[in-house]
Design a protein around this ligand. Structure first.
Ligand SMILES: C[S@@+](CC[C@H](N)C(=O)[O-])C[C@H]1O[C@@H](n2cnc3c(N)ncnc32)[C@H](O)[C@@H]1O
Length: 304
């Protein structure tokens, strides 16, 4: 049955050409510099979804899961007083630090910290702004990471989080190997891994990618580095931790394309936006979520 499922998946995959978006990411994974440039370019789109909250001027900023640092350096250039890029991977932090020396006219405003987001060593209330793009779906202990964010955020500070829910079209993070959306909704992990491994053996994608983008499909038992958080589970975590939601955008698939002029684009976009707010349906229609979160003062603090 499993072998049949793998053959079916591979047959479906052959029907889907690589979309321009996937090709862009694929090419970016070819070198550290290209990937950092892609990280920076992506910010233009991310910024739009945060509107007036996208304001770094004079703030002490934590870039949670900074990766290769393309965005970290951009935050400094947006006028942050200081930026701390935090990541689990020392290899990424080395590249991020080099990026900062090369592209930041004021490199001393940026520092880096090797740490798990769930166990940060910063003092309480250290940052005005915590920004995290494409990271929270990877964090293993999401509850503790969010609790830590709340702890290190100053009162009145903001958290800006942008990431895909698990059941989003590309939530399985198989792009580069599997080209069609929602493969993880239709196929079991084992099937996905075997298919990705077969494609890797044929196409040798890993040889064209920088080390942080390579995946050893043949050695895995489940989709790697994913906590599988859904929109609903994320809402529950926020409410359990008493984190205040100031703004929340559920960006539907194709939102970028249908925002451009075209026949019926506005109508289609409105429909997709409605679906992205419909319970259950939103889990699969939402491609990215943008959250603006704040810190509600503790009852004990208010009484003092
Ligand atoms: C897809 S990359 C995103 C990088 C960057 N934010 C960007 O948008 O260009 C995800 C990053 O999150 C980091 N990460 C995953 N789990 C983490 C954790 N628990 N603590 C700190 N960083 C983590 C990974 O090492 C990786 O560099």
């Amino acid at each position: 049955m499993s072998a049949l499922a793998v053959e079916l998946l591979l047959a479906i995959n052959r029907l889907f050409p690589v979309s321009p978006n996937l090709r862009e990411i694929d090419q970016a994974k070819g070198s550290v510099a290209d990937y950092q440039e892609w990280e920076r370019q992506e910010l233009l789109r991310v910024a739009q979804s945060f509107g007036p909250y996208w304001d770094f001027a004079g703030k002490d900023v934590l870039d949670l899961g900074c990766g290769l640092g393309g965005k970290t350096v951009a935050y400094a250039q947006l006028g942050a007083a200081s930026v701390t890029g935090l990541d689990l991977r020392s290899q990424s932090l080395r590249a991020a630090s080099e990026e900062n020396s090369r592209h930041n006219p004021t490199p001393s405003t940026v520092g880096f910290c090797l740490s798990d987001a769930a166990k940060m060593s910063f003092a309480d209330e250290s940052f005005d702004l915590i920004v995290s793009v494409n990271v929270l779906e990877h964090v293993e202990d999401l509850y503790f990471a969010l609790a830590e964010c709340k702890r290190v955020l100053r009162p009145g500070g903001l958290m800006l989080f942008h990431f895909p829910p698990f059941y989003s079209p590309w939530g399985a993070h198989l792009e580069g190997w599997i080209n069609f959306p929602w493969p993880h909704v239709f196929f079991a992990d084992r099937t996905l891994l075997q298919a990705a491994h077969r494609i890797e053996l044929r196409q040798r994608r890993n040889t064209a990618y920088i080390p942080t983008a390579q995946v050893r499909w043949g050695e895995l038992t489940h989709l790697p580095e994913l906590n599988r958080v859904t929109t609903q589970q994320f809402e529950h975590l926020l409410s359990a931790l008493g984190i205040q939601v100031l703004d929340q955008k559920m960006l539907p698939l194709g939102y970028h394309y249908f925002a451009q002029p075209g026949p019926f684009h506005l109508q289609i976009l409105s429909l997709l936006r409605c679906l992205a707010w419909t319970p259950l349906v939103r889990e699969v229609v939402t491609t990215k979520m943008s959250w603006v979160l704040g810190k509600v003062a503790d009852v004990n603090d208010e009484q003092q």
